[in-house]
Design a protein around this ligand. Structure first.
Ligand SMILES: Cc1cc2nc3c(=O)[nH]c(=O)nc-3n(C[C@H](O)[C@H](O)[C@H](O)COP(=O)(O)OP(=O)(O)OC[C@H]3O[C@@H](n4cnc5c(N)ncnc54)[C@H](O)[C@@H]3O)c2cc1C
Length: 499
């Protein structure tokens, strides 16, 4: 019932993106990552694909299929493939790509399935990299080789055992390829750079079926593009090699919530965070707002979440000007070994319905922007879930590289702001609810743009962005287009926002 409703509201394939399937019909389910319906290949061709994948191919009649086909953003769950091809080696990837070409079957690449924009969903074939999840840490070099189908939690486990760390996110089920190819943000980024800054090499299968090992020495342009260009654009990544550093023996992790004088708290928090050392990694959240909070006229809560390679006492000293404004309503501050600290910070990342809009800030948000944001948050029209405005603290070592040193261009920033809207399954049956929520979100996003919000984070793909090329890639766009033309001249790898 829900799915057929979603279908009936799809329409109007947009211009040249038709094969990639950008559908725009307003704020509802319109910003879809759909692929046009493929011509279903004859059964014997599916048999040949099954042989190519050593019998691992999943078809809709398989018991596991429905679950495996689900993306993390359930907004796109109605985009169902004809088959899911688990690939266990680069050669298998090349064979499956050739099969797609021979039978003209559209495809999408999938690691962890967490694309905000549903870009790992397809009505043709989903090429599933999850069988390639080997991780090898080399104590002699301090480098780790990670196969591209690995998920965050598999990388965490290997690094935990080795006593090492990298820049990584908080969600265990995010895929490492999607994370690294778009840059990769996490609480270590101010002291280590974004995730892709730690890459020393990568392996990729390109449209011509070649398995290429790339690095600063070998195919430097492609290696440059893979560090921030985004997932699914240049080929199928099959492995990455990263520098690691020793994990902290002790790390202070914290979740602190204020519900009183929260506008002043937010102002003081940004000032304190800006002055903190690089080992302080933080996310400041305004929200989440719920209909009950709005109706009762309660203050929008402010939450500080993060980690610091100092003691809890040092953290409290650092936050003293904030505590002087108002005491927190809740504070959980712990000193733990690094990976236990990450257990504390973990974000479950359960599948749900969401839409996120991001922009970078070159300075801490202004008082005027914070005031406007609190006002808008108080006007949240309400869904069956809550909404928030997040600020991830960037800067530090990220900004030590020039914007053109890698494809990740956002080098002169201090914060990444994200306006999030979530809703529930029932809200999908009440289009006016999601419409109002999206209008509210677009309005707050426009306010962010009016207060210095620039660019957008390709790891948080936003199908509603009109000028996404410039916003994701800025001054690196032309060079990225040249790399794309060189390695994928026939645009084999395409979706709504794939260059
Ligand atoms: C709950 C949640 C938490 C998150 N936390 C963070 C965070 O802390 N930091 C951060 O930077 N991002 C974060 N993200 C964003 C996340 O990093 C990106 O969405 C990332 O692209 C997801 O990768 P995936 O493999 O899970 O998703 P997928 O949907 O499988 O893939 C994402 C994109 O990469 C492509 N792709 C997948 N595998 C390959 C491959 N092997 N080769 C080439 N292309 C490939 C896909 O086609 C798709 O376009 C989060 C997302 C969610 C939903």
């Amino acid at each position: 019932m829900h799915r057929s409703g979603a279908f009936s509201r799809r329409a109007l394939l947009v211009g040249g993106a038709a094969s990639a399937g950008a559908a725009l019909v307003g704020p509802g389910l319109a910003e879809e990552a759909t692929t046009s319906a493929p011509l279903a290949p004859a059964p014997d061709r599916w048999d040949s694909l099954n042989r190519l994948t050593d019998g691992a191919l999943l078809r809709p009649t398989d018991a596991r299929f429905a679950n495996e086909a689900l993306p993390n953003n359930l907004r796109y769950r109605h985009i169902r493939p004809e088959g899911i091809a688990p690939c266990a080696s680069p050669q298998m990837v090349a064979d499956v790509l050739r099969w797609c070409r021979d039978y003209d079957v559209p495809f999408a690449l999938r690691g962890g399935g967490h694309s905000y924009g549903g870009y790992s969903s397809s009505r043709g074939l989903v090429i599933d990299l999850s069988p390639m999840n080997g991780i090898d840490y080399d104590a002699a070099t301090g480098q780790v080789r990670v196969e591209a189908g690995a998920l965050n939690h598999e990388v965490y486990a290997a690094l935990r055992e080795a006593g090492r760390m990298i820049t990584h996110g908080r969600c265990p089920s995010v895929g490492v390829a999607g994370f690294l190819l778009g840059g990769g943000i996490g609480f270590n980024m101010r002291r280590l750079g974004v995730g892709c800054d730690l890459l020393t090499g990568a392996q990729i299968v390109t449209a011509d079926g070649r398995v290429r090992d790339v690095s600063a020495e070998k195919e430097p342009e492609l290696f440059w593009a893979l560090r921030g260009g985004g997932g699914g654009i240049f080929g199928v990544s099959t492995a990455f090699t990263l520098r690691t550093v020793p994990a902290d023996e002790r790390l202070t992790v914290f979740r602190i919530v204020w519900r009183d004088r929260t506008l002043d708290i937010a102002k003081a928090l940004f000032t304190a965070a800006e002055m903190a050392p690089l080992s302080f990694g933080s996310r400041i959240a305004l929200g989440g707002v719920t209909p009950a909070l709005v109706q009762k006229g309660r203050q929008v809560p402010v939450t500080l979440l993060g980690q610091f390679a100092g003691s809890p006492d040092e953290l409290i000293r650092l936050l003293a000007p904030v505590y002087a404004v108002a005491a927190p309503d809740f504070a959980d501050i712990k000193q733990l070994p690094y990976w236990e600290g990450q257990d504390f910070l973990v974000e479950a990342g359960e599948p749900g319905w969401y839409r996120e809009r991001s922009a970078f800030l070159a300075a801490a948000p202004t008082a005027a922007f914070l005031e406007a944001s609190f006002q808008r948050l108080q006007q949240w029209p309400g869904t069956g879930a809550q909404s928030s405005l997040f600020f991830f603290q960037t800067g530090g070592r990220i900004n030590e590289k020039a914007p053109d040193e890698t494809a990740f261009v956002h080098r002169q920033t201090r914060w990444l702001a994200v306006v999030g809207a979530n809703w529930s399954e029932d809200d999908n049956l009440r289009p006016e609810v999601t419409r109002r929520a999206f209008e509210w979100q677009d309005d707050l996003f426009a306010t962010l743009g009016g207060h210095g919000g620039r660019g957008a984070f390709v790891n948080f793909p936003d199908p509603a962005l009109g000028d996404w090329r410039r916003r994701y890639y800025g001054t690196n766009l032309d060079r990225l287009m040249q790399v794309k033309l060189a390695v994928d001249p026939n645009n084999v790898f395409h979706f709504q926002q794939s260059l």
